[in-house]
Design a protein around this ligand. Structure first.
Ligand code: ATP
Ligand code: MG
Length: 415
């Protein structure tokens, strides 16, 4: 029996294994312990590639189809649907299956042993306010893990896993707010942790609050795209007869998981019809270029890169030259903060709701532990830490804390 922890993330995946008394993340791609949750089906070679290699294959223009943000499909009806790969259809469930199987196989090769037992991470809610869809999403992951060959599968909430990891570095008892803001979901726990409590079998009484919301970095990408890029492709552009362009295309193009749905002859024909009525047909021509050349993911990657750059810089131009030579979309930290203000406010509200679930005043929280890539966004950090102003801010391992915590839990459950 060999146990592991698996954090299948919307944007990044990690897998940890047990080594003596400790845990470590496996190198899943070259020396990297994170594997971007991306699959590229190469039409020429007729095989899937994963992670950074998938994105690189797409960017270099290999003929094929890129899929990212697959976890956001869990809990929606899409999970039971197919997507078209040339003349072949493949279900989303199978695509996630190929990805999980790949991560497992790479880790097994490094370890020299088969992985049989897994503690699988899951967000507190895959879908907001729909317990049935939530159960379906967990069942889909269980089915996928079984299909990949795991014999024993159990789940742990991602923020609780992060708490277990953080607990290993505490020197005294603390009440900690764990904030895990990832690509697809934002999860929060308020927990009582400390060296004395670590490793106890039943921690239920130490979990004072646990909640989450389906907001994450891919939403911030979508909102930045709609704000800064899509207007250059005709979003909200006027048509003759006092109308504007239909906005569904732009929302899909700005949403990682939906980009491929736009690449149909029917959509292209519709865009051409609308172009004929546009006050500025040039804008719709750009949209036409994006659809005919399948540039949707190129744009989404540039928007995401700009969002990340704006965590360090005040302004960043998004280079749209693949769509039209010389075309740039300026973006600033201020415009980004404005575009994401509404969901960021909801994150702050969720912290307040967790405090009230826990029956605590903000000043009773000793530490706020930040993990997940989106806690690197200044607007997000400020909103969260601002709700617990007296707590010390602990910078967690942004991409590894959840996977390591799931592995600690695997050691406890199966070790
Ligand atoms: N410096 C940065 N500034 C802002 N956002 C960032 C930065 N670095 C990474 N991100 C964002 O963090 C997100 C990925 O974070 P992470 O890997 O924690 O998510 P995940 O675990 O895959 O998703 P989830 O837990 O929601 O399923 C992406 O949306 C990415 O754009
Ligand atoms: Mg995560």
């Amino acid at each position: 029996m060999t146990a592991c922890g698996l954090d299948f993330g919307t944007s990044n995946t990690t897998l940890g294994t047990i080594h003596g008394n400790g845990v470590a993340l496996a190198a899943l791609e070259g020396g990297d312990t994170t594997l971007p949750s991306a699959v590229f089906f190469d039409f020429e070679e007729q095989r899937p590639v994963f992670g950074r290699a998938a994105m690189a294959a797409y960017v270099t223009g290999a003929e094929g189809r890129l899929m990212r943000s697959l976890k956001s499909v869990l809990g929606t009806p899409l999970i039971d649907e197919d997507t078209l790969l040339q003349s072949r259809r493949i279900g989303f469930r199978q695509v996630i299956g190929l990805f999980v199987n790949h991560a497992k196989t790479v880790a097994e090769a490094a370890l020299g042993r088969e992985l049989t037992h897994v503690v699988h991470g899951r967000p507190v809610h895959f879908v907001d306010g729909d317990p049935e869809a939530d159960a379906r999403a967990e069942n889909a992951l269980r089915w996928i893990a079984q299909d990949a060959g795991f014999k024993e599968i159990s789940f742990q909430y991602e923020p609780i896993a992060a708490a277990l990891h953080y607990e290993m570095q505490t020197v005294r008892e603390e009440v900690a707010l764990i904030a895990d803001i990832g690509g697809g979901t934002s999860d929060f726990s308020i927990v009582r942790i400390g060296p004395e409590r670590a490793g106890r079998a039943d921690r239920a009484a130490d979990i004072l609050a646990n909640d989450g919301v389906r907001i994450g970095g891919t939403d911030f990408d979508r909102l930045l795209s709609l704000e800064a890029v899509m207007p250059h492709l005709g979003f909200k552009a006027p048509l003759h007869g006092n109308l504007i362009t239909p906005n569904g295309w732009y929302h899909d193009l700005a949403t990682w998981a939906k980009i491929n749905f736009l690449y149909t002859p029917a959509t292209l024909a519709e865009v051409r019809r609308v172009k004929a009525r546009a006050v500025r047909p040039r804008l719709l021509e750009r949209l036409e270029t994006v659809l005919t050349r399948h540039l949707g993911h190129t744009l989404a990657m540039r928007v995401e890169a700009a969002k990340i750059a704006l965590s360090a810089e005040r302004a960043h131009d998004i280079d749209l030259s693949p769509v039209e030579p010389g075309l740039d979309a300026p973006a600033t930290r201020g415009r980004l903060a404005e575009a994401i203000a509404e969901p960021v406010d909801r994150l702050a509200a969720m912290v307040r709701s967790c405090l009230s679930q826990a029956g605590l005043a903000a000043t009773q929280v000793d530490a706020v532990f930040l993990t997940g890539g989106s806690t690197l966004l200044p607007a997000v950090r400020t909103a969260i830490t601002g709700e617990v102003p007296t707590a010390k801010v602990v910078e967690g391992d942004k991409f590894g804390a959840v996977g390591l915590g799931l592995t600690l839990e695997a050691a406890r459950r199966y070790g």
